[in-house]
Design a protein around this ligand. Sequence first.
Ligand code: GLN
Length: 493
Amino acid sequence: MSDLTQLGVRAIRDGVAGGEFSAREVAEACNAAVAEAGALNAFIVTTPERALEAADRADSARSAGETLGPLAGVPIGMKDLFATRGVQTTAASHILEGFVPQYESTVSQRLWDAGAGMLGKLNLDQFAMGSSNETSYFGNVSSPWRRAGSNAALAPGGSSGGSSAAIAARLCPAATGTDTGGSIRQPAAITGICGIKPTYGRCSRWGIVAFASSLDQAGAMARSVEDCAIMLEAMAGFDPKDSTSIDMPVPGWTKALDASLAGKRVGIPREYRMDGTDAAIVASWDQGIAWLKDAGAEIVDISLPHTNYALPAYYIIAPAEASSNLARYDGVRYGLRDLPAGANLQDMYAATRAAGFGEEVKRRVLIGTYVLSAGYYDAYYTQAMKVRTLVARDFIDAWARCDVILAPSTPNAAFALGEKLADPLAMYLNDVFSVPASLAGLPAMSVPAGLDEAGLPLGLQLIGQPFDEQGVLDAALAIEQRAGFTAKPERWW
Ligand code: GLN
């Protein structure tokens, strides 16, 4: 039989439904691939039995002639930021090591209800803070990709680096991600897969470990646009348990997919032509413009004048919210407790947080606490919130001239592990193209566009109007069809 790990979501689902192979065979193949890929360190915990249970349920439902869910028989990876009942949930931190939730996040529950099975909990940057998956307490993830002629280990992107590595390495056909400032799009781009972050509020945040609540959104990662659409359709939907969840029906994105862009206007933001962007990225962006023209779109030059201020504003707002959200990890309620002999309550807080948080998390808590402190609140936080409004307004103005925006996903292809770790600003700059859409709460997606001269994947980003995930998916599909991206990493693990 052909190698089932090479199949995507749609092919697995249809193959199981059509009796070409059983869901159990798929789960076994993926469990084996996961077990053999320890060198990638993509998973913090594996749950082969959960994948098998879901597969057996799908197989018996099929033999009983029952209607199968849209993800019946599809084993997936779950970013370890989603609370999973009975399975350790750590946000890749020491402070939550050993935390086993008594409840299930809304998004993961929806995926199980759709028939998916869980292969395990995927590694990530600690509390989703990072762009390289190097801030995880459980060690970095290695990208399955390598530069041609080099054995140097590359970053899989972050924070959803376990998700991107596992999908690119064919350990799973799809996974969940979360995106606060780019954590779905950036890892997807540099590992040659697709990733979509929906409009803020489409997916419930309930049961997702909070980083920056006004920005956090769950989304889907997979190897094709259609597979992302199938995943996202299962994940999205109103949830009364999240006060920012949007009470709107989830459209049938998958069925409506249409790569013909006749009558559509695609905006090209001139401020995204930034110094320091790799020549290969600029070339692939120009190629993307030509592809969308070929798909029937009209290309229009647009301006997003506050683009330059988005990144600094993000790196005030996100840490501010993080410092507040992470106050709950105090050694009292969950996870780690460090109670030195004779210590009082304050000592326990300090010792627990000192031992439980990594360097990057501490940096964010310190920055966030500082910008929210009485003397600096207006100078930093209020100012950043004003900038956020201006960035959002730029997009509102742009929508008068275009329906969807095409931009690079990242300023560079994958970088080496360790390359940017010592310089937080260099790391933060990786988000320069993804953060504006996050501040504005817009749907955005990265789709593979080709390889650079070292043989590393490059992604293109589509940004859409609020609730127009369809427009984003359609334009991404037009690129996917023309890019014909079939490259995969050569196996070394
Ligand atoms: N890399 C960005 C950061 O470190 C974005 C992270 C994310 O989207 N979770 O904040």
